[in-house]
Design a protein around this ligand. Structure first.
Ligand code: NAD
Length: 318
């Protein structure tokens, strides 16, 4: 009796062990990072790919003739050529809710870090400058206005937490949403920028959102406003933001994402004043990593075993 080979799943980026445990009984997992190796090209025999930031472009899809499913470990699908996958009839899956709570929490951490000047306070204490406390008072957020750009899964969670947890007034700009829930919708981005004490971005990276925060739109901010971005780095013109910070046109920025990741060693953010930076960690909570890997693995198994997956990005191919 011949034993059928298991389908090959290529996993170029590290994932939680629970994902590997779910796949291994049914698939051969090719995960170079388990041996400390970098991931290069998709193996030609791959039937499935699970990716975090690894680029799945049209060339790579074309070079994988047996590919039957691409699963995004997370939500930002700008690293996957969905059109090329769709043209081949390959479903692209994502895990739309799995890390939304984690990103919302990290967004609030950046907002609170800026408002309570945690970086400066920590540095002052460590430098033996205890009396700096007299110059390190916080910006109290109660009754202040949070402006959310993109009121989807993450933006909506940030809105609810800001209203209930921080007592903020929340306004939102999202032309694709009719009901703001706890947020009051505004019609124009400029209205939001002019009113908000804190602006936070939760849009996908699309041709429309790329560079939406630029020299022109930054000019609408109040000088005391904070800007936070946990969405995609490309939504901000990074040079323009650095110039605005240097010119004092806003009070500070909290950033988790960069147009190019990792940012270069001489990236202007690294020397810009009043900037709180994290290395694209917003979605990486302990709970989210388990949920994302579990859902992405289940989606791959569903497709490979002939079931309808729960969260396709391009359902038209199913
Ligand atoms: P979502 O699709 O639920 O919400 C996005 C919202 O943006 C939608 O309501 C949409 O209508 C709105 N939108 C689209 N274009 C817009 C525009 N031009 N102006 C204003 N609003 C616009 O997505 P989500 O799950 O909330 O995730 C948002 C983004 O966060 C993702 O696309 C991803 O890039 C990013 N993300 C980052 C991390 C991280 O670790 N930093 C983790 C997860 C997601």
């Amino acid at each position: 009796m011949t034993t059928l080979a298991k389908p090959v799943v290529f996993i170029p980026d590290p994932i939680s062990q629970v994902g590997l445990d779910a796949l291994t009984p049914h698939c051969d997992c090719v995960a170079p990072w388990l041996q400390g190796q970098a991931s290069a090209e998709i193996p030609v025999e791959a039937a499935a790919i699970m990716v975090r930031t690894y680029s799945v472009d049209a060339r790579r899809i074309a070079a994988a003739p047996h590919l039957r499913v691409i699963a995004k470990h997370g939500v930002g699908i700008d690293n996957i050529d969905v059109a090329a996958a769709t043209a081949r009839g390959i479903p692209v899956l994502w895990t739309p809710e799995a890390n939304a709570d984690a990103v919302a929490q990290h967004t609030l951490a950046l907002i609170l870090g800026l408002a309570n000047r945690l970086m400066e306070a920590d540095a002052a204490l460590r430098a033996g400058k205890f009396l700096e406390r007299l110059h390190l008072g916080s910006v109290e957020l109660t009754h202040r206005v949070l402006g959310i750009i993109g009121l989807g899964r993450i933006g909506g969670r940030v809105a609810r937490r800001a209203v209930v947890g921080l007592g903020m007034e929340v306004i939102a700009y999202d032309p694709y949403v009719d009901d703001g829930g706890p947020a009051t919708l505004v019609d124009e981005l400029e209205q939001l920028l002019a009113r908000a004490d804190v602006v936070t971005l939760h849009v996908p990276l699309t041709p429309e959102t790329r560079g939406m925060i630029n020299a022109t739109t930054l000019a609408h901010l109040k000088p005391e406003a904070f800007l936070v971005n946990t969405s995609r780095g490309g939504a901000i013109d990074e040079q323009a933001l650095c110039q605005a910070l240097a010119a004092g046109r806003l009070a500070g920025a909290g950033l988790d994402v960069y147009a190019d990741e990792p940012p270069a060693a001489d990236h202007p953010y690294l020397s810009a004043p009043r900037v709180l930076l994290t290395p694209h960690v917003a979605g990486l909570s302990d709970q989210a990593l388990v949920r994302v890997a579990t859902e992405a693995s289940q989606g791959i198994l569903d497709v490979l075993q002939g079931r309808r997956p729960a969260s396709p990005v391009n359902p038209e191919v199913l």
